[in-house]
Design a protein. Structure first.
Length: 266
């Protein structure tokens, strides 16, 4: 990704061939998220959802040292006191929700530190690719922070309860191999190869039929969220939309003509 740069902390946006990259850009603080960066995330996700040309959203951090070291602790004296913590968590929560519910597939591209809110953000993505350099931790218990119960669900959608307990109770760092073994990441890549691997995966997904991916994504999320009573009627409608789509005609035609399909998401 882009090299480290000076400047005010921000969430940068870059478009590359149907893939929208959202880049946590606060390298002086290992891409820690300021309150302003959390607040920007739902807006950026909404923009990506509304942009028909965007097929995949990638979240990453500036430089190789960190995906994100979590929330910007230097703001906590003011932004996360006993009086302001609930409001801070609300903004934080809206950011996680926006990523978790994004209508487009999401990938976290993780290099270096992926801690606290950074790890939670990665857990809210559909897929996580890590560099061998990646280090994961949820250090809330080391800081006396109460971990918001709303943030447990995305974590439990990715790792087992036993692993979530280990992450939360110890607050210790886990390396990329441990993260792979616990299912926290989908794959691990050499530091020089991680961004190429993310680009290739994003491209592979971007070439597929968007309505098929949306139906799959919503089905997986709904069945995780309401395993006993999923809204199958709503999910069936998404599947019906696939069968009624131009892309379904294109997919069959391309198969028979032995060429790559060109999907339009309709
Ligand atoms: N918020 C604000 N600043 C942060 C930060 C965070 N979450 N994480 C790192 N930084 C800052 C450091 O204060 C330091 O700033 P300085 O150069 O002005 O002193 C800079 O980023 C580099 O971090 P440093 O601690 O020197 O790097 P390191 O390689 O020795 O350690 C970490 C890296 C990630 C282990 C360590 O910075 C850390 O524990 N960060 C906090 C992680 C955390 O608890 N996140 C959860 C927040 S809820």
């Amino acid at each position: 990704m882009a090299d480290g740069r000076d400047g005010a902390p921000q969430l940068r946006t870059e478009d590359r061939g149907g893939v929208r990259w959202l880049v946590a850009d606060n390298p002086a603080r290992l891409n820690a998220f300021t309150r302003g960066m959390w607040a920007a995330l739902p807006r950026r996700i909404a923009e990506a959802e509304q942009d028909h040309d965007v097929r995949v959203v990638v979240l990453t951090g500036t430089g190789e040292k960190a995906f994100s070291a979590g929330a910007d602790i230097s703001e906590f004296d003011t932004a996360r006191t006993v009086e302001t913590a609930a409001e801070y968590d609300r903004v934080n929560n809206e950011a996680f929700q926006a990523v978790a519910r994004c209508a487009k597939p999401t990938i976290a591209a993780i290099q270096g530190y992926c801690m606290g809110g950074g790890l939670e953000l990665a857990a809210c993505c559909d897929l996580r690719l890590a560099s061998e350099s990646a280090l994961f931790a949820v250090p809330a218990a080391k800081l006396g922070i109460g971990y918001n119960p709303r943030w447990i669900k995305p974590l439990l959608a990715v790792v087992s309860p036993a692993r979530a307990r280990e992450l939360l109770y110890t607050g210790r760092r886990f390396d990329a191999a441990e993260a792979l073994a616990m299912g926290l990441v989908n794959s691990v890549h050499a530091p020089g190869a991680i961004m190429g691997a993310v680009t290739a995966l994003a491209g592979e997904i971007a070439a597929n039929a968007p309505l098929s991916i949306l139906a799959a994504k919503r089905s997986i999320d709904e069945i995780i969220e309401h395993p006993e009573n999923p809204d199958l009627a709503a999910l069936d409608r998404l599947v019906e939309a696939c069968f009624a789509s131009e892309d379904y005609i294109e997919g069959r035609r391309a198969f028979l003509q032995k060429r790559k399909p060109v999907f339009r998401g309709r």
